[in-house]
Ligand binder design. Structure first.
Ligand SMILES: CCCCCCCC/C=C\CCCCCCCC(=O)NCC(=O)O
Ligand SMILES: [Zn+2]
Ligand SMILES: [Zn+2]
Length: 543
């Protein structure tokens, strides 16, 4: 008999309790899901709040030191130059460009032109060479050291650096007839050295000349160092100047050299020009790579030739770039400080590098300029092999130039190179090597930083941020580490993307207006350095 209600379907009775269990369970699961969802929303909202707070938090403008604030306009000489003075500025720079002070190598420099440079500057800057409180010395035959004795010996001196020598330039590919003609075209002076670095050599001396002609006597002492072999390492120039100053027991308040610019349009997403002041510079290795093999007749070649083996090793270096180290060095400071200058949404990203750092690192490595900021770069710069088309060459040789990221050392880079090439047939010899330079202080209490901020504001009011930067090349200032911990690299010139290939390349040029601004900057910098700072060391700096 089949009783109603007791009939068991094969699944029914078992299913009901299971279903109830499931329903109860899914009720709990749903609850848990809601809790998780709410927690997630809370976390996302909290993250968003942090991200927005970091993006839009008011940044306190760097306080101008009280002394500058109180100084009346009358006390300060305005950086305005007469038409006659402006002509003089331009012609003096042109004359300097025409002197072919080329450095080919450490042992091959145009010493005739270097020697002619001294009478040239003597004639161009009569007030500098005749002032009773300025001492001029020739160092290492062709370099120059000027000591400007300020009226207040209590103030710690600073130093301005520039270099007279230039890299070679052949006329091929230039728009003007000759890279040493200093031709004026469309408001620009063309020529080797217009940006690197006779603009600074002549700009510093001319600013001082104009101040002296207006009877200005600096309060704070300072030095001007003009090296003659910066492009080949600075051993005979800058290093000798340093040895001289060290022997006199000098300590400097700051050193200012070339090495960075006011960048305009160099970084995607930043509209305004930004001043980047190099607080460090990369290390460097120049290494020679050699492979030797049995020479012989090309009709019966061995399986591998020295050229093939070396090429493979070099290709490995190019195919396996050094690691992206964005966030491990001072480049992070640079982007943190530039964050407000980026347009939306990049400003949000740059203000939150704690979250978006890896993404930004990938973004920066896309162009050679910003790639140089995030890693040790590898550049194969020379390759020599072979003597004749039917001779198996006995050797192949290449030179590779590495520029080392702040967070790496020479030894670490060499370790990676060895591992990457992994071929005992490739011999590596070091030509020169040094670690990245120490990082100079960057805060509003540091005297040099105060002076630069104030002077940029005076002369370039349209500049957005004044940010700490990295000098991706090397400068004479790297030899000055025993004289100060405050070394800065900054050329007060607007630098646009089209200027990049001109640097050490074709059609190097400076606009006449840009050069006048550079002279104004130094004119103001000397005056702005004449305040005393509260943290001034109490020492007598009789020079
Ligand atoms: C918003 C910041 C972007 C920064 C991008 C950096 C771009 C760098 C471009 C040009 C500046 C290069 C200056 C390097 C000065 C080096 C002087 C020199 O030639 N020294 C000899 C040498 O390094 O071999
Ligand atoms: Zn230079
Ligand atoms: Zn150079």
């Amino acid at each position: 008999m089949i009783r109603r209600g007791t009939r068991r379907s094969p699944r029914g009775p078992e299913r009901r309790p299971e279903g109830a269990k499931m329903a109860a369970l899914s009720g709990r699961a749903r609850g848990a899901l809601w809790v998780a969802l709410l927690a997630l929303c809370g976390t996302v909202l909290a993250l968003l709040a942090v991200v927005l707070a970091r993006t839009y938090a008011p940044r306190s403008p760097s306080p101008a030191p009280e002394l500058w604030a109180r100084r009346s306009r009358q006390q300060r000489l305005e950086p305005t130059f007469s038409p006659q003075e402006r002509r003089e500025l331009k012609e003096a720079l042109q004359g300097a460009i025409r002197m072919q002070t080329v450095s080919f190598s450490a042992n091959d420099q145009n010493t005739t032109a270097l020697a002619e440079f001294e009478p040239y500057i003597r004639k161009a800057f009569p007030a500098v060479f005749s002032a009773a409180f300025i001492k001029h010395e020739v160092i290492g035959e062709y370099s120059h050291l000027f000591t400007i004795q300020g009226s207040n010996a209590q103030l710690q001196p600073y130093m301005l650096l520039a270099h007279i020598d230039v890299v070679p330039a052949s006329p091929d590919g230039w728009d003007v007839s000759d890279p040493f003609s200093a031709e004026e075209r469309d408001g620009f002076i063309y020529g080797r050295g217009t940006l690197d670095n006779k603009n600074s050599v002549m700009g510093i001396l001319h600013a001082l000349e104009f101040l002296l002609r207006r009877n200005y006597r600096p309060h704070r002492s300072f030095y001007i160092g003009l090296g003659h072999d910066e492009e080949v390492g600075g051993r005979k120039g800058a290093m000798k100047i340093v040895a001289e100053l060290e022997s006199r027991g000098i300590q400097l308040s700051f050193v200012l050299d070339e090495g960075s610019f006011i960048f305009d349009g160099i970084v995607t997403g930043i509209e305004k020009p930004v001043a980047s002041i190099g607080i460090t510079e990369k290390g460097a290795i120049t290494a020679n790579f050699t492979v030797t093999s049995e020479p012989g007749h090309s009709s019966a070649p061995p399986k591998r030739t020295s050229i093939g083996i070396l090429s493979e090793a070099l290709a490995k270096l190019e195919q396996h770039p050094m690691p992206n180290l964005f966030g491990h060095g001072p480049e992070i400071l640079m982007f943190e400080q530039l964050a407000p200058d980026f347009s939306f949404p990049l400003n949000v990203i740059m203000s939150n590098l704690w979250l978006f750092g890896p993404l930004v690192g990938r973004f920066l490595e896309q162009t050679p300029t910003t790639n140089a900021l995030v890693r040790t770069t590898t550049a194969i710069t020379m390759f020599h092999a072979g003597v004749k088309s039917n001779v198996i060459p006995p050797s192949a040789n290449a030179t590779v130039n590495f520029r080392i990221h702040s967070s790496q050392t020479v030894d670490e880079v060499l370790g990676i190179v060895d591992k990457t090439i992994d071929d005992k047939r490739v011999k590596i010899e070091m030509e020169s090597a040094f670690d990245p330079l120490p990082v100079s202080p960057w805060d509003d209490q540091t005297f040099g930083v105060q002076v630069f901020r104030q002077t940029i504001q005076d002369v370039f009011p349209d500049v957005g941020s004044v940010a700490p930067g990295i000098c991706v090349g090397n400068t004479d200032s790297r030899h000055f580490v025993n004289l100060t911990n405050a070394i800065y690299r900054f050329n007060p010139v607007i630098f646009k993307p089209e200027d990049l290939p001109r640097f050490h390349g074709l059609n190097e040029r400076i606009s006449i207006e840009g050069y006048e601004k550079q002279v104004q900057f130094i004119f103001q910098l000397i005056q702005n350095s004449d305040i005393s700072q509260s943290t001034e060391p109490h020492a007598n700096h009789e020079l």
